[in-house]
Ligand binder design. Structure first.
Ligand SMILES: Nc1ncnc2c1ncn2[C@@H]1O[C@H](COP(=O)(O)OP(=O)(O)OP(=O)(O)O)[C@@H](O)[C@H]1O
Ligand SMILES: [Mg+2]
Length: 377
């Protein structure tokens, strides 16, 4: 599913426009599945993307142009992902109708479910399934996506400003789910698929965290939160009165304390570096506890909306921000679920020419890989 797409030949390049980085993934379909043949990332100038929205299309265009100068990145058509307050994803129940009929009716059906006036929105939907009610009414479940038109227009501007064409727009969390859990419906259902269980996918970037709940391969709930890598860094900067860049380095060096080994940093008197590390870990621990509360609220909300699923058994973590050391242990304890670091390259093959670039950014690659996977699928 994509918010819109225009036909073309070669599959579009997956282009992930983020707060700190812009990334491109080029996938080639083969009989044994998609192969990553090109991958690159470049820094995004500060302030060009804020809260998942492009605020400076020109600056974004030049960051994208830089990517297209790197080896292996070619092709004029791109697919981007959107993820911000101006995109809403809703699972709705409607009286059963055929796909074509819904295509014509969605405009009128959607307004009740979305906070954006339909005339200002680009809509897309996917029929998930149909069922009979106890009163014998034929109903269907529809995943509805609505994105504010002006937000999409900034993306078009940024992409075209780089000399490229926006072939389609996807929802970033759908792309992340695709990369981490795969697309094949033929694979044997694993534990996440047993009745009454769902999986969550959490991707931590610098400005945003994407949370999705997935049942039988279908994302049924998504939310974005601004509690993410930059907030962790800012918390360290605040307690120690450091610049953002200094705090960034210290954050990565300190990580969270190893609660499993009960190994909090215990600095000796006079050990200034040890004291700084300890203060950083304490600040990160407080932020991660806020983060856990936020994720719990999202998951609890989902569970109250659904009648069948009672547990979220496994949480798949991705994103550069998920590399904070001992993060998974904290989440596992706080959310009472199995938490695993998910490999975004698990469902693709990687050509040797792209290997170095993509493995250097492995955890950060999920959105770009997943966007490109959507384009080849
Ligand atoms: N080893 C690490 N430990 C902890 N955090 C890390 C590590 N490496 C990178 N990060 C964090 O990951 C974040 C950068 O993530 P990324 O580049 O994926 O964001 P982005 O895609 O540009 O932004 P967004 O998707 O939020 O708009 C930063 O906050 C950075 O501190
Ligand atoms: Mg990102």
């Amino acid at each position: 599913m994509g918010l819109f797409s225009v036909g073309s030949g070669a599959p579009p390049v997956g282009l992930d426009i983020g707060t700190d980085h812009v990334r491109a993934a080029v996938l080639k379909p083969t009989s044994s599945g998609p192969v990553v043949v090109g991958y690159a990332s470049a820094e995004m100038p500060m302030g060009a993307v804020v809260d998942g929205e492009i605020v400076d299309p020109q600056a974004v265009s030049s960051a994208i142009r830089e990517l297209w100068r790197k080896p292996g990145i070619k092709g004029r058509d791109v697919v981007i992902g959107v993820s911000n307050q101006k995109v809403v994803v809703r699972l709705i129940d409607l009286p059963f109708m055929e796909r074509d009929e819904l295509q014509g009716a969605i405009q009128y059906q959607a307004q009740d479910y979305i906070p954006i006036p339909v005339e200002d929105a680009i809509l897309d939907f996917q029929i998930i399934g149909d069922y009979m009610t106890p009163a014998d009414e034929h109903m269907m479940e529809v995943l509805l996506v609505a994105a504010q038109r002006d937000m999409i227009e900034s993306a078009v501007q940024a992409v075209e400003g780089a000399g490229l064409r926006l072939a389609s727009v996807d929802v970033t969390s759908f792309a992340i789910v695709r990369a981490t859990l795969g697309t094949s419906e033929s694979v044997l259902p694993d534990e996440d698929e047993s009745p009454g269980a769902a999986a969550a996918v959490i991707h931590i970037g610098s400005g945003l965290t994407n949370i999705a709940v997935v049942e039988k391969g279908v994302p049924r709930f998504t939310r974005v939160s601004s509690l993410s890598g930059n907030q962790f860094t800012q918390a360290v900067a605040n307690v120690l009165n450091l610049t953002f860049d200094e705090a960034e380095h210290l954050k990565i060096r300190a990580g969270l304390p190893d609660i499993a080994a009960d190994a909090h940093v215990a600095p000796q008197p006079g050990d200034e570096d040890g004291q700084r590390l300890q203060a950083a870990q304490d600040a990160l621990e407080r932020e991660v506890n806020k983060f856990i509360a936020e994720v719990r609220r999202s998951l609890d909300y989902y569970l109250t909306q659904t009648s069948q699923v009672r547990t979220i058994r496994r949480i798949h973590m991705t994103g550069s921000g998920a590399q904070l050391s001992h993060m998974t242990t904290y989440l596992e304890k706080g959310l009472q679920a199995e938490v695993v670091l998910s490999d975004p390259l698990r469902h693709v093959q990687v050509a040797s020419s792209a290997e170095a670039a993509v493995t250097a950014d492995r955890m950060g690659s999920a959105p770009a890989i997943g966007l490109a996977m959507g384009g080849v699928g």
